[in-house]
Design a protein around this ligand. Structure first.
Ligand code: NAD
Length: 486
């Protein structure tokens, strides 16, 4: 099927209790296509009273509704149906993701949407396999066991770089555990989450299990974070917003919080790496999704013996990246929003002022849309602004290093700890270095690979808690200890 650049749009109202409803204020905001810079449509904007209604629906569904009476196997069955519907609507969802985010259509279809369905399906299989333990040896007169109970109403706050995929990373384990959900997508990319609501109804989920309220972070996101009747927040986004969400949660009911935050991840190339693999792998570490990837390998450390040849080949590959209409065969679309374009261009100008050498790019691309040239900086200080702050765009900083000990120290010298990569053919060196890197994910001779079987989450100020894998399920469970005295 040929993708259309003007797909059918989903309902744009609020989704509460399986109904499309107008916000109490009747406010709305625009969502913009970053390729054409044109308004796609207007989206209903919630406010605090709408959040209250969504939370009340989720609470009722959790405590009293049909969902609360279903067996875990029945819950899993609904999730399988949802996964199938995501697959069935793959082209449509990918078209919506492409017009809203600007990511290449084939990537949206074959990665983002396909993996969203797989993630829901993986967690569907977990729904009836969440077990407590019998603790046999506490004392002879006791029988003790643990029960893993759903934590309750979960609030999701979602970013704009992988709108559907990150939502499904959270929705899968939350539903498997038996929670109900109030979700706030990013105000920059609301479309695929809205589309998902219709699929939730079609799959047969009872009213109130999944509710969606669109709007800005400081109002709607804040209302969710502070809400006394939400038991859990799962957030992916910036470290700045993560701090605010944690503070709001702490100031209200101390809800449990999972934070997947920013990064400035080191990607380390040793002299003995396979040259062709590490050059392509380092391109794949920074440029996919226009560099708008939380785990992007944006600090590229290259050992002195391989530095010159590596940099020459790296520039050559980066030069070949094709920018353009994301519905055509390109490598890079636009950045997701005009505000973000300005942020990235500001960082580029700061880098120039700091005296870093521009090896490639360094400007907005001369075409309609929020395009930025793939940019490479070198000869900069580790403590420069562009070497330490997350840019979240197609901008990489290359550093030269001499020794293993030195690069470990420099790689870890950051507030962040989301991910790291290393390239070497010496397997014992790979393990020695991996053990020392303070990051939630370390790729060895690879970069950016994620999978629903593998946990994902950060160290340090990149957050805490895990998405994906069986680890994620515990984020949505409370463990009750039961002790029976005979
Ligand atoms: P952002 O923090 O500005 O926004 C993310 C979401 O939080 C949006 O829905 C926004 O409306 C909401 N929000 C903003 N301020 C809020 C507040 N005070 N209270 C409640 N909600 C608020 O981030 P972004 O610009 O959308 O995304 C980019 C950031 O996300 C980057 O820092 C990136 O590294 C990070 N990210 C992390 C991961 C991960 O898994 N660790 C994945 C993707 C993106």
């Amino acid at each position: 099927m040929n993708p259309t650049t003007t797909p059918k749009l989903p309902n744009t109202k609020l989704f509460i209790n399986n109904k499309w409803v107008d916000p109490i204020t009747k406010n709305h905001f625009d969502t913009i296509n970053p390729t054409t810079e044109e308004v796609i449509c207007q989206i209903s904007q919630a406010d605090k009273p709408d959040v209250d209604l969504a939370v009340a629906a989720a609470r009722d569904a959790f405590e009293n509704g049909q969902w609360s009476k279903m067996s875990a196997t029945e819950r899993g069955g609904l999730m399988y149906k949802l996964a199938d519907l995501i697959d069935k609507n793959r082209d449509w969802l990918a078209q919506l993701e492409t017009i809203d985010v600007g990511k290449p259509y084939t990537v949206a279809r074959d990665a983002d949407v396909a993996e969203s369905a797989q993630t829901i399906r993986y967690f569907a299989a977990w729904a009836d396999k969440i077990h407590g333990k019998v603790i046999q040896s506490a004392a002879n007169h006791l029988t003790s066991y643990t029960r893993h109970e759903p934590v309750g109403v979960a609030g999701f706050i979602i970013p704009w770089n992988y709108p559907l995929q990150i939502l499904c990373w959270k929705l899968g384990p939350a539903l498997a555990a038996g929670c109900t959900v109030v979700c706030k997508p990013s105000e920059i990319t609301p479309l695929t989450a809205l589309a998902l609501c219709d699929l939730v109804i079609e799959a047969g989920f009872p009213a109130g299990v999944f509710n969606l309220v669109n709007g800005p972070g400081p109002t709607v996101g804040e209302a969710i974070s502070r809400h006394p009747d939400i038991d859990k927040i799962s957030f992916t986004g910036s470290t700045r917003a993560g701090r605010q969400i944690m503070a709001a949660s702490g100031a209200s009911n101390l809800k449990k919080v999972t934070l997947e935050l920013g990064g400035k991840s080191p990607n380390i190339v040793f002299d003995d790496a396979d040259l062709a693999r590490c050059v392509q792998g380092s391109i794949d570490a920074i440029y996919p999704n226009m560099g708008q990837c939380c785990c992007a390998g944006s600090r590229l450390y290259v050992q002195e013996g391989i530095y010159d040849v590596f940099v020459e080949k790296f520039i050559a590959l980066a030069k070949n990246l094709k920018l353009g209409d994301p519905f055509t065969q390109i490598d890079q679309g636009p950045l997701a929003s005009e505000a973000h374009l300005k942020n990235v261009l500001n960082f580029i100008e700061t880098g120039k002022k700091e005296g870093a050498k521009v090896l490639l790019g360094g400007a907005r691309a001369p075409m309609k849309g929020y395009f930025v040239q793939p940019t490479i900086f070198a000869d900069l200080r580790d403590d420069s602004c562009i070497g330490t702050d997350e840019i979240f765009g197609p901008v990489v900083c290359i550093f030269k290093f001499k020794t293993v000990e030195e690069v470990i120290q420099r790689a870890n010298n950051t507030q962040y700890g989301l991910a790291a990569g290393l390239w070497t053919q010496d397997i014992s060196k790979a393990h020695r270095v991996e053990k020392k890197l303070k990051a939630g994910t370390v790729w060895i001779n690879d970069y950016n690979y994620t999978h629903f079987l593998i946990p994902f989450g950060g160290y340090k100020q990149s957050g805490f808690g895990k998405d994906l894998s069986e680890y994620a399920i515990q984020e949505y469970c409370s463990v009750k200890a039961v002790i029976l005295n005979h």
